[in-house]
Design a protein around this ligand. Structure first.
Ligand code: TRP
Length: 417
């Protein structure tokens, strides 16, 4: 079976309806009501979907512990395209999340063939960007994290080759290191719950990473000792791979509960309470007690030239240390949602929603919603020409870059490794 989403390909377009209908990703709209504050990237439709974000929204609202983790493959300099996910991580930390960043040097080495030295150099640049955006938390390189490698090995006990071929289309020619980079990513996502305490974990990623999320959720469930099921008039705690002593401990925790071969039935106790108790018993008996991780999925900003934003297409993006003149040339030469003649533009207005320049403003440059709406109105109403808009946009870009590179310099010392 061929996979429908390939995390390592570039230039594919993703059908969002299919994601919702076939893959079970949920639209983000309904969970926003549960948040005390809705960040720009969610209000503006940059984040389009999620898995299980409800548990994160609840943790934020009730000020309960949760983790936020994402990872970067250090296969080139960080650029504009990486900024969104970094901002998402920082926002979740500001909402009370414990932050972890993984630099996927093993993946870059295995899949993209980068030397360890280059991985190190690029990895440090990513971390510097994160700190410049206000990141606080733990960071690591996969290759130097022993806990991660042990966890990856443990996770590997729950994945077989047919899973990998179904999810990723791996076959007999796939390098073992490629498969190992998959299991490393599974371990990355679970790592905060091992290094810290088990708690809900949100992983902000681009939608191309969903296969990894699905696999990790599956592994996290398989590593649990019990399933806890609502059976109408009772709750049943069923052992999957729990040591006998652990099932015995569940039985002892509830007076009047009944213990059978492989399961304990409990009456008169709410499901949620039994689930929490089962997790505690699991941890006390050497299990992980994982919460199944959640994810948010963001859309990619188009490249400035209208295609995909990718380091292999230099005019599609700008880096954070590019000379101003080069950045200006890219912004002024960008594709827009403008019409072919000025008359048409005045009569019909521009097409903001498919304009890379408008989206650059929406993703990164204009924080105030009213200001963004004004720009949109002037564009769609035919008042604003693309030339004038690019000039205004470049002024914002240049201010942003100046500010950002100062901040990057100021935080360089925070990157230790
Ligand atoms: N595979 C991701 C990429 O290609 C990088 C990554 C590694 C990652 N580990 C992760 C992303 C854990 C999210 C969570 O960019």
């Amino acid at each position: 079976m061929q996979p429908s989403i390939n995390p390592w390909s570039s230039g594919q377009s993703i059908d969002t309806r299919k994601l919702f209908e076939e893959f079970g990703i949920e639209p983000i709209g309904p969970v926003l009501h549960d948040l005390p504050e809705v960040p720009a990237f969610m209000r503006r439709g940059v984040v389009i979907g999620h898995r299980d974000y409800g548990q994160i929204a609840t943790a934020i609202r009730e000020r309960r512990p949760f983790h936020v983790l994402t990872g970067f493959m250090p296969s080139g300099h960080p650029h504009l395209g990486h900024l969104m996910v970094m901002k998402e991580v920082v926002w979740h930390i500001q909402q009370g999340g414990q932050g972890t960043i993984t630099i996927a040097d093993c993946e870059a080495h295995a899949v993209r063939g980068l030397s360890w030295e280059d991985c190190n150099r690029y990895g440090r640049e990513y971390l510097q960007c994160l700190y410049a955006l206000g990141f606080e938390g733990r960071t690591y390189f996969q290759s130097r994290n022993e806990v991660l490698k042990n966890l990856a090995f443990e996770a590997a006990t729950r994945v077989n080759f047919s899973d990998l071929s179904a999810i990723y289309g791996f076959g007999s020619e796939t390098a073992l290191a490629h498969a190992m980079s998959v299991i490393n990513q599974v371990a990355d996502i679970l790592d905060p719950q091992v290094e810290g305490a088990p708690a809900p974990t949100v992983v902000p990623v681009g939608i191309d990473q969903d296969p990894h999320i699905r696999l990790t959720r599956d592994v996290a469930r398989k590593l649990r000792f019990f399933t806890v099921e609502d059976r109408g008039d009772h709750v049943s705690v069923r052992s999957k791979n729990a040591p006998t002593a652990a099932l015995e401990a569940v039985h002892r925790a509830y007076k009047g509960s009944k213990k059978y071969e492989g399961h304990v039935d409990i009456r008169g106790v709410p499901l949620a309470e039994v689930k929490e108790r089962a997790r505690i018993v699991e941890i006390e008996h050497g299990g992980f007690g994982f919460f199944t991780p959640s994810a948010t999925y963001h859309q990619f900003m188009p490249g400035l030239q209208g295609g995909k934003m990718s380091s292999s297409v230099p005019e599609s993006l700008f880096g954070f240390h590019e000379p101003e003149a080069a950045v200006k040339k890219k912004v002024m030469g960008a594709l827009t949602g403008g019409r072919s003649t000025l008359e048409e533009q005045k009569a019909m207005g521009g097409e903001a929603d498919r304009c890379p320049i408008y989206l650059l403003n929406l993703f990164h440059l204009i924080e105030d919603d009213r200001e963004l709406q004004e720009l949109r109105d002037r564009c769609c109403g035919g008042e604003l020409t693309c030339g004038a808009c690019k000039k205004e946009t470049f002024a914002r870009v240049s201010e942003f870059l100046k500010d950002f590179s100062e901040r990057m310099d100021a935080v360089e010392h925070l990157v230790e490794v």
